[in-house]
Design a protein around this ligand. Structure first.
Ligand code: ZN
Length: 203
């Protein structure tokens, strides 16, 4: 399986092609590739956990083709059992070694959580609440700050949530923790800037 550093390099190069409008993908070859992979099976080079926001389509942003990425999308790119389970599945079934957690600017799930923290308005949907509850501890200290504008809080909370998701995922299960410690899996955080299309890796 592809080394995580190589996979990350290919994602960065793909994002650069997207930014320069020099995509190497084509609908015709994608269909041929799909038909081939239907027979041979998949070997995705990276697992990507990102938000469901319609402005964050992972394959397009990274200029990747069918079969390249195992993508898990959930509002607010939160970590919860079924999402961690999807990552464990891809890691064990395909040997994929790079896990990229990608947040994005202007994230509605983050804004909803900030609003909830600041107004203590009750969220009536239990299901939406289950997402907000997972984001809350990652950004509550930012919500409390008086020296930041609402826009600054939103931007910082997006990054803090992506970083916290990486930390949380690294220790979420004995399976993931041991693979991270052995260097089999590498988990990297990132934020997609919707205003530019650039994915910034979090050091
Ligand atoms: Zn979002």
């Amino acid at each position: 399986m592809m080394h995580p550093e190589q996979a990350l390099k290919e994602l960065v190069e793909g994002n650069n092609r997207f930014l320069q409008e020099t995509s190497i993908q084509s609908a015709q070859t994608s269909l041929r590739k799909l038909k081939k992979l239907a027979v041979t099976g998949q070997l995705p080079k990276a697992i990507v956990l990102c938000c469901s926001d319609s402005r964050a389509p992972v394959e397009i942003i990274f200029d990747q083709d069918i079969g390249d990425l195992f993508v898990i999308r959930v509002a607010g790119n939160i970590i919860a059992p079924s999402l961690a389970g999807s990552i464990e599945f891809a890691s064990s079934a395909f040997g994929t070694r790079l896990v990229l957690v990608m947040g994005h600017t202007k994230c509605g799930a983050i804004k909803a959580t900030l609003d909830h923290l600041e107004s203590s308005r009750k969220i009536t949907s239990e299901n939406i609440n289950s997402i907000v509850q997972r984001i809350e501890p990652h950004i509550s200290s930012i919500a409390e700050r008086n020296d930041l504008s609402d826009e600054e809080k939103w931007e910082q909370a997006v990054e803090a949530n992506a970083r916290a998701s990486v930390e949380q995922l690294s220790r979420f299960s004995p399976f993931i923790e041991s693979r991270v410690q052995q260097g089999i899996i590498k988990i990297i955080g990132s934020v997609l800037d919707l205003s530019t299309g650039r994915v910034n890796l979090l050091a």
